[in-house]
Design a protein around this ligand. Structure first.
Ligand SMILES: Cc1cc2nc3c(=O)[nH]c(=O)nc-3n(C[C@H](O)[C@H](O)[C@H](O)COP(=O)(O)OP(=O)(O)OC[C@H]3O[C@@H](n4cnc5c(N)ncnc54)[C@H](O)[C@@H]3O)c2cc1C
Ligand code: FES
Length: 286
């Protein structure tokens, strides 16, 4: 009897794909914007992801780290990242120029539950680098505008020079189908024409919210969550309709190393997007 030889060739999940930096420019003093394309054009076009997912970016000789995908899957072919220089890997990424090569693997994580958000009013609250993952979902909603109700953006930064995507969001304010409110904690330029105050000072400016109809997405520095959540609860938005994207130390991104584990969950697989309901049942998440 002839025995059929079976070979199971599965892709090594840790193998990055080479990607070329197409554009890079500073967003603030310590945050840069990177637009990259996978070198294999077929893979570039086939790279499917959800807003809120992240990718592992690697630099030869420096290492690998997770970064939120800031571009929207509704504009395939290019991936965008905002990267803050904090240490070894981000420092190495910061030195890269257009045409340089990096490694990309992913996408990873759960991302935002877009199908549950369809038809809902979307209230996005971002602070500082929280714009990185939330820009993806904002652009997705705007590119598929007829599939959502109201789209509301509240974005806060410490000062005008620290506002990530400041010009892009200023331009978006001109859209009639987006309710866009920008704020800075302090204006050191004397030129700022929007609100001054922390991001929660924007809530009184909102037109009436229908809480059952609203899904809120929040990302920002840890201190922001407590006060923003208080405002969202005052608006009576249900706890399972408040979505937060949270960061944890990660190594593998694929549920193998245990670095991101909290109790029985792996934040790289079960997150980084969690509902407020998840968070109150697992306090360690924030
Ligand atoms: C799901 C996810 C998405 C992320 N998205 C982005 C993004 O879009 N843009 C971005 O700039 N960064 C993002 N980060 C954080 C980024 O991965 C870290 O800044 C990076 O790993 C730091 O590597 P490093 O070698 O430069 O710093 P290191 O030399 O390792 O550390 C420098 C400093 O940064 C701190 N640090 C390192 N990693 C983290 C972390 N995960 N969270 C908080 N503090 C940390 C260290 O405690 C230390 O103080 C994300 C992290 C996760 C888990
Ligand atoms: S990062 Fe390795 S298990 Fe989550």
């Amino acid at each position: 009897m002839k025995v059929e030889k079976k070979t199971t060739l599965t892709k090594n999940p840790f193998l990055p794909d080479p990607a070329r930096i197409v554009r890079v420019y500073p967003l603030t003093q310590d945050v840069k914007f990177f637009q990259v394309r996978l070198v294999d054009i077929n893979k570039a076009l086939a790279f499917q992801y959800h807003p809120g997912q992240f990718a592992m970016i690697s630099i030869l000789g420096a290492g690998e780290a997770p970064f939120s995908i800031s571009s929207t899957p509704s504009r395939p072919g290019l991936l965008e990242f905002c990267i803050r220089k904090t240490g070894t890997i981000t420092g190495a990424i910061f030195n890269l120029k257009e045409n340089d090569l990096i490694g990309v693997r992913g996408p990873y994580g759960n991302g935002f539950p877009i199908e549950k958000m369809l038809g809902k009013d979307i209230l996005i609250v971002m602070g500082g680098l929280g714009a990185a993952p939330l820009r993806s979902v904002l652009l997705y909603c705007l590119d598929n505008r007829d599939q959502f109700g109201r789209v509301i953006l509240l974005h806060g930064a410490k000062c005008p020079a620290e506002m990530i995507f400041c010009q892009e969001f200023q331009d978006l304010k001109k859209r009639e189908d987006l309710e866009c409110y920008l704020t800075v904690d302090t204006d050191d330029t004397g030129q700022w024409e929007d609100n001054i105050g922390v991001v929660t000072t924007l809530f009184p400016k909102l037109k009436a919210i229908n809480p059952e109809q609203t899904v809120s997405l929040v990302c920002g520095p840890p201190v922001m969550y407590k006060f923003v959540i208080q405002e969202l609860l005052k608006l009576q938005i249900p706890k399972d309709q408040i979505l937060m994207t949270l960061e944890r130390r990660m190594k593998c991104g694929v549920g193998k190393c245990g670095h991101c584990a909290i109790d029985y969950i792996y934040t790289c697989l079960d997150g980084p997007v969690f509902t407020y309901w998840d968070v109150i049942h697992m306090r360690e998440l924030i």
